[in-house]
Design a protein around this ligand. Structure first.
Ligand code: ZN
Length: 299
């Protein structure tokens, strides 16, 4: 292997140790092959030109064909090669001008309510549905696992080796998991980008982690949908696209308090999809009501 691989790994280790000493991270742990598999190389002469097209020349490694051709030429120095399932990726940083702030289509504040039924409800009435493939994929995954339940998987204790078909099955599973993960990533990225581009002022709620995890049925749905990733992306994309992001207090009763008369509707259950105020008779879709409430919340 190239010496650059070890050098960059040691640089990372040094960074990890100094973060630990400063108290901003846990002590470094050993990487295993079950973690993300990656390594970094760089050119000792400084920056190199990465030409546009179907091929990429990576310092110390050679020339490789790309699945997705580069549209433009870039200048970069370090290249990180990583593997996911059985696909290989190369990533490198380039110097670029920051995206100029865009004009937002909607200037007034909007609130976003995240939910299991409708992924996101925006207070102007827009609804974002989560892609269906999740559920289909889950069923497919279960079927695949069931069909292969009798494969000789190999056992380290008894020294039994995994059969060739079991190895094929493992590869298939890895690809399948990656496909699902990629679909989710694609959906979340597209959603957060379009929201941050469109709205100038966005209010989302601070996720009530313990409360949501306590409800087992909800917690799997939430981790499937990627609410935390949604919020993380919203946080950095709002600054990229120049929109203002407010985190509304998690205890703000946006779903329970009637937005017309302020009555607290405590008998509202999770399964009730419509907000029906017992005091003033205001009727509205539950998620939309919560989203509008958030958009009007100050604090
Ligand atoms: Zn009311």
């Amino acid at each position: 292997m190239s010496s650059k691989v070890y050098q960059s790994a040691l640089q990372d280790l040094q960074a990890a140790f100094s973060r630990w000493r400063k108290g901003i991270a846990f002590a470094p742990t050993r990487k295993t092959k079950h973690n993300k598999q990656s390594f970094t190389v760089y050119d000792s002469n400084g920056s190199v030109l990465v030409k546009s097209g179907k091929f990429i020349k990576i310092p110390t490694l050679g020339t490789f064909r790309l699945t997705e051709p580069l549209k433009e030429s870039y200048i970069s120095q370090t290249f990180t090669i990583s593997r996911e399932a059985d696909a290989w990726y190369v990533s490198f940083a380039v110097n670029a001008e920051r995206i100029p702030p865009v004009m937002h289509e909607v200037a007034q504040a909007v609130g976003i309510d995240l939910g299991v039924k409708t992924f996101a409800t925006i207070s102007d009435g827009t609804e974002v549905e989560a892609p269906k493939p999740y559920k289909i994929a889950k069923t497919k995954l279960g079927r695949l696992q069931c069909r292969n339940r009798n494969k000789r998987r190999g056992d380290r204790r008894t020294g039994e080796k995994a059969s060739n078909n079991a190895i094929k099955y493992y590869k298939k599973m890895a690809r399948f998991h990656k496909q699902i993960a990629d679909k989710r990533k694609d959906f979340l990225n597209k959603t957060t980008t379009s929201i941050c581009k469109k709205y100038a002022h966005i209010k989302i709620e601070d996720l009530n982690v313990s409360g949501m995890i306590a409800n087992r049925k909800l917690s799997t749905a939430i981790s499937d949908l990627g609410f935390y990733e949604f919020r993380r992306q919203m946080e950095y994309k709002s600054s990229v696209f120049g929109s203002k992001l407010d985190i509304v207090d998690q205890w703000y009763p946006s779903s329970k308090q009637c937005r017309k008369c302020g009555h607290k509707h405590n008998r509202l259950k999770l399964k009730d999809r419509v907000f029906n105020c017992p005091q003033c008779g205001h009727i509205e879709d539950r998620d939309l009501h919560a989203a509008i409430n958030k958009s009007e919340c100050t604090g």
